[in-house]
Design a binder for this molecule. Structure first.
Ligand code: UDP
Ligand code: MG
Length: 341
């Protein structure tokens, strides 16, 4: 970071945005004064994750008198983590922060994160939720269980309540970019890197406007991607369940024989039915778990990009411009995201 300090630090702020027309004006109005007052050069990289509302128009309007605002528009909704990937790949800052567009992460904390990172020479500063009272009890409960699980899986310190509000050094960003992992779950990958890290506590506020873009299905997807990306333990569940089923069957067999020998061999429909259901259920669960890993291998083998960029306002469209920058992924003028998707 010493060279950066001499030439002036550049901070990139990556903001994944999906159908946030209601929240964006308030977000921009609060973010800009914070960044203008930081005393460092900055760029804001808004990644429009295939929004279908007025988000794209709003971003254009905002960029008209905010030169530091750069918009990367993805062709279709690719998901929060893919949008983050698009931002991390394009950010050029010495430090790269990521923040949600709904003001649940207070922009004012960016100053604290940057100061902490520079003072202590940290590569990662997590925004840690000190109070989640604004989240629903269900969201808090599932989140707690999830963090307990991932701490065991990742095998490193994963701060409880650390989401995707964080600051990364250029070194950490480069380390992330070099990872072949797909799909990515940054809140696990970042702690797994093991870079020197610190925490800034913040109160998670209510979403300023609009509704959550993380329905239950997406939350479950994120949880499964995280678990399967770090552990094969669920696969071994099949072995344990199979062993348990086998032992239960042995007991049942002894019971059946005793009943038969004592002449009390009633049809036994209930126990038979229960055993069939139980074994069938265990098998389906195991096949499903296997499927999760096969799907991961499938995605890795396919090597499809996680996103497609439709427009990047940081790259001026001039004849011949961009060709070199697009490099080997620039075939057909389309810019591709990271490997696999
Ligand atoms: N987001 C995105 N793509 C998606 C879903 C969400 O870019 O497919 C963005 C969203 O606009 C927001 C951030 O990711 O800036 C977090 O989403 P949200 O606030 O809806 O999640 P929650 O806070 O409810 O978990
Ligand atoms: Mg939110």
């Amino acid at each position: 970071m010493s060279a950066a300090a001499r030439t002036g630090t550049l901070l990139s702020v990556v903001v994944p945005v999906y159908d946030e027309q209601d929240a964006l004006p308030a977000f921009a109005a609060r973010l800009r004064p914070v960044l203008d007052g930081l005393g460092v050069r900055y760029e804001v990289l808004a990644v429009d994750d295939g929004s279908t509302d007025g988000t794209a128009g709003l971003l254009r309007a905002l960029a008209a008198d905010w030169p530091e605002l750069r918009t990367v528009r993805l062709r279709r909704n690719s998901g929060h983590q893919a949008a983050l990937t698009a931002g991390l790949e394009r950010a050029v800052g010495d430090y790269v922060a990521s923040i949600d567009a709904d003001l649940q992460d207070p922009p004012e904390k960016l100053a604290e994160m940057l100061a902490l990172a520079r003072r202590d020479g940290l590569d990662v500063v997590y925004g840690v939720r000190a109070d989640r009272s604004s989240d629903t009890a269900f969201k808090r409960g599932t989140a707690d269980a999830y963090y307990r699980l991932v701490r065991r899986l990742v095998g490193r310190h994963v701060p409880a309540g650390a989401g995707d509000f964080r600051l990364l050094s250029r070194e950490a960003v480069e380390a992330l970019r070099a990872l072949p992992d797909q799909p990515r779950v940054y809140r696990l990958l970042v702690p797994w890197l093991g870079f020197p890290s610190g925490e800034v506590r913040y109160v998670r506020e209510e979403r300023v406007a609009g509704s959550t873009k993380y329905p239950l299905a997406k939350m479950v997807r994120l949880a499964l991607d995280g678990v399967t990306g770090f552990s094969a333990a669920p696969l071994r569940l099949a072995t344990w369940l199979g062993a348990a089923a086998f032992l239960t069957c042995l007991l049942l067999l002894a019971f059946c024989l005793a009943a038969y020998l004592s002449g009390a061999a009633v049809p036994g429909w209930t126990s038979l039915f229960a055993a069939v259901l139980f074994v069938g259920g265990v098998q389906l669960v195991c096949v499903g778990l296997l499927g999760e890993y096969v799907a991961r291998i499938h995605a890795a083998v396919q090597c499809r990009p996680a996103y497609f960029v439709a427009e990047d306002t940081g790259r001026r469209a001039e004849p011949g411009d961009g060709r070199a920058e697009l490099g080997e992924s620039g075939a057909g003028g389309e810019e591709f995201g990271d490997r696999a998707g």
